[in-house]
Write a protein that binds this ligand. Structure first.
Ligand code: SF4
Length: 168
């Protein structure tokens, strides 16, 4: 992972999004905790095209990388539709954090319409869609999120020199 620090950005930025389901937003705080690293990512590698409270976009857009936080409450039909829409519109789907990876830790459906549903109502996103990358942790480390984002950039851009730097 150290080698990715030497990678030089190329012209095209990737479209990065954060999609929130039943989680506490602690994973999003972890993304923000990258601080300068996040700014560097947004400067050089990615445009943030979708994120709760940070980007004013109502509908899930086309994304190169979707960071998905939270488990999916299957009592909420909109959440089930949104995770499928996320998969359809994203080249790489990342399960961000333990809720998305393993199932629920928090017990509130997104939006709060179904408070305190049964434990079995909360599914890891991998039970509903294909997932490309898992980053477990509660919350996952900011450094890991940064590295995965940069690696995704390198992979999607297909730059051979940068892939070599990243050890691919
Ligand atoms: Fe919150 Fe932890 Fe779940 Fe992330 S993994 S949404 S920090 S409870």
């Amino acid at each position: 992972m150290e080698a990715t620090k030497e990678a030089k950005p190329v012209a095209n930025k990737i479209k990065l999004g954060h999609v929130h389901f039943s989680g506490c937003t602690g994973c999003l705080v972890s993304v923000a905790d990258i601080y300068q690293g996040l700014l560097k990512i947004l400067d050089d590698y990615a445009d943030l095209v979708y994120a709760l409270t940070l980007v004013d976009v109502r509908h899930i857009p086309e994304m190169d990388v979707a960071l998905v936080e939270g488990s999916v409450c299957i009592q909420d039909r909109e959440s089930v539709e949104d995770i499928k829409e996320t998969r359809k519109k994203s080249r790489i789907v990342v399960a961000l954090g333990s809720c998305a990876t393993y199932g629920n830790i928090t017990r509130f459906c997104r939006g709060g319409q179904h408070n305190q549903p049964q434990h079995e109502s909360f599914l890891p996103i991998g039970d509903l869609i294909d997932v490309d990358v898992y980053i477990p942790g509660c919350p996952p480390s900011p450094e890991l999120i940064r590295n995965v984002t940069v690696m995704a950039y390198l992979f999607l851009e297909g730059n051979e020199e940068q892939k070599a730097l990243a050890g691919r």
